[in-house]
Design a protein around this ligand. Structure first.
Ligand code: 5GP
Length: 202
């Protein structure tokens, strides 16, 4: 049986990474996909852990080799999901989690209609603005562009299977875990062997 592909989308600053880091230790085996990006590394970020930091030529080479499952431009930089690690994990029966913006999420949905799509919303745009400023990683123009993009993404929320509002972190983490667990329990995911096991008399 293939693993389940989870896609998590939501404005930058909404807390996707924080929710994931808090939820994942309790979720058993789930492979987090490390994206490629042309964005400069922020302080504290580690190449190969937070992102694969590439220059534009290396990113273009990945595109030319059809090595990305999806990609998008976001506020002046490119971001994409390397396809190979995702497919390797899924075919080994491992669940996979992508954290990507809306355009990329749409591409994944086209290519992999079975993917489970989660949207993380901020309690309000004002709160998102506060969080982006508090992070202190972007200048004013970038913050405004990220907020404009966040508004656009919120308009697409009903394209997703689930929506989680990240108001209180502990509640959002619980909701996130619930979604993952419920999806893993879907009866249609049972393999023939699992059904045979249910039928076994002893
Ligand atoms: P940041 O610069 O804040 O790390 O990321 C900016 C936005 O790009 C976030 O919404 C983040 O989820 C998204 N992003 C990160 N990796 C990928 C990716 O591989 N593909 C796409 N489409 N978006 C990504």
């Amino acid at each position: 049986m293939n693993g389940i592909l989870f896609v998590m989308t939501g404005a930058s600053g909404v807390g996707k990474g924080t929710i994931r880091q808090a939820a994942v230790p309790d979720l058993g085996d789930i492979h987090y996909s490390i994206s490629a990006t042309t964005r400069p590394r922020r302080e504290g970020e580690v190449d190969g852990v937070d992102y694969h930091f590439l220059d534009m030529a290396a990113f273009r080479a990945m595109l030319a080799h059809d090595a990305l499952l999806e990609y998008a431009e976001y506020v002046g930089d490119y971001y994409g999901t390397p396809a190979m690690p995702v497919d390797a994990a899924l075919s080994a029966g491992r669940d996979v989690l992508l954290e990507i913006e809306l355009e990329g999420a749409r591409q994944v949905r086209e290519k992999r209609p079975e993917a489970v799509m989660l949207f993380i919303a901020p309690p309000s745009i004002a709160e998102l603005e506060r969080r982006l400023r508090g992070r202190g990683t972007d200048g004013e123009t970038k913050i405004q562009r990220r907020l404009a993009r966040a508004r656009k993404e919120l308009l697409a929320v009903r394209e997703f299977d689930y929506v989680l509002v990240n108001d209180r972190l502990d509640e959002a983490v619980k909701a996130f875990r619930s979604v993952i667990r419920a999806e893993r329990l879907r009866a249609r995911r049972l393999s023939d062997e699992a059904v045979a096991a249910l039928l076994r008399a002893t």
